[in-house]
Ligand binder design. Structure first.
Ligand code: ADP
Length: 261
């Protein structure tokens, strides 16, 4: 009641989940979902005894079904909870499992909140050591509301080294600080492109932008992910690099992020 009086919803843990790690970005298209998926797979690759799940909180543009090669409707348990769909040993839940892929949804504010509420509270995760949440891009009401409803162990912020993406990432980092969610660090994505023919390296989006921002914010850089064709191709075909080419430098880069969080 006191919380309500101050206008703050009460934080309640997600049943069965030990630690929540959110993966966020200031804007779309910087590789947040790709990082979330490979981070989750990296966590199990590094510690096979740990159980890891993925919650796709990006209700506007759910990409976990495609990235994890999953589709179908979740079954309901006897308690009317949704059973996650599982691939590569990772239980996943996404709005994409609950709506038609092609049906356009005109989300209104309240509908978004009730969809998020459903995804946060009506899933039977079993027991998870880590739940990785793929957040919607940006720093609006939905993101804020998620941080206020559940306890979060830490946030990973994904950005390209480009100025504009960094500005948005900074806004994201400041939002988490404001609500007392520890920022675990930044992932600098698409930092370097190595030509597969001549091996020349090009910094398409700039070089050390995320590193400089991390210094400014006083957080660490958890890893540098190169701009690599196989990351895009594997993501599109639902076989994330950490499982499909575990010996590649790209997979190694994601596992390094998983070690650092
Ligand atoms: P967001 O979740 O931030 O919108 P996505 O993870 O969906 O971004 O990535 C956007 C696009 O960029 C996807 O096609 C994805 O495959 C591609 N992508 C992401 N990271 C990389 C990378 N390091 N190298 C190549 N392509 C990437």
């Amino acid at each position: 009641k006191q919380h309500m009086a101050r206008g703050l919803p009460k934080q309640k843990p997600i049943a069965g989940v030990k630690q929540v790690i959110v993966v966020a970005s200031g804007k779309g298209g910087v590789g947040k979902s790709t990082t979330a998926v490979n981070l989750a797979l990296g966590l199990t690759a590094n510690e096979p005894s740990k159980t890891v799940g993925i919650l796709d909180a990006d209700v506007y543009g759910p990409s976990i079904p495609k990235l994890m090669n999953l589709k179908g409707n979740p079954e309901l348990t006897d308690n009317n909870l949704m059973r996650p769909l599982v691939n590569f040993g990772i239980p996943c839940m996404s709005m994409g499992f609950l709506i038609e892929e092609v049906a356009p949804i005109v989300w209104r504010g309240l509908m978004v909140m009730s969809a998020i509420e459903k995804l946060l509270r009506q899933v039977d995760w079993g027991n998870l050591d880590y739940l990785v949440i793929d957040m919607p891009p940006g720093t609006g009401d939905v993101q804020l509301s998620i941080t206020q409803h559940i306890p979060i162990a830490g946030a990973v912020i994904v950005s390209t080294p480009q100025d504009i993406a960094l500005l948005d990432a900074r806004r994201g980092a400041e939002m988490f600080k404001k609500v007392n969610v520890p920022v675990l660090g930044l992932v600098q994505n698409m930092s370097v492109f190595q030509c597969p023919n001549c091996n020349h390296q090009t910094h398409i989006f700039g070089k050390d932008g995320a590193r400089d921002l991390a210094d400014t914010l006083g957080v660490q850089v958890l890893g540098d992910i190169p701009l690599h064709l196989s990351i895009r191709e594997m993501s599109d075909s639902g076989k994330p690099v950490v499982v499909s080419s575990p010996d590649s430098p790209e997979a190694e880069a994601y596992r390094k992020v998983a070690t650092a969080v």
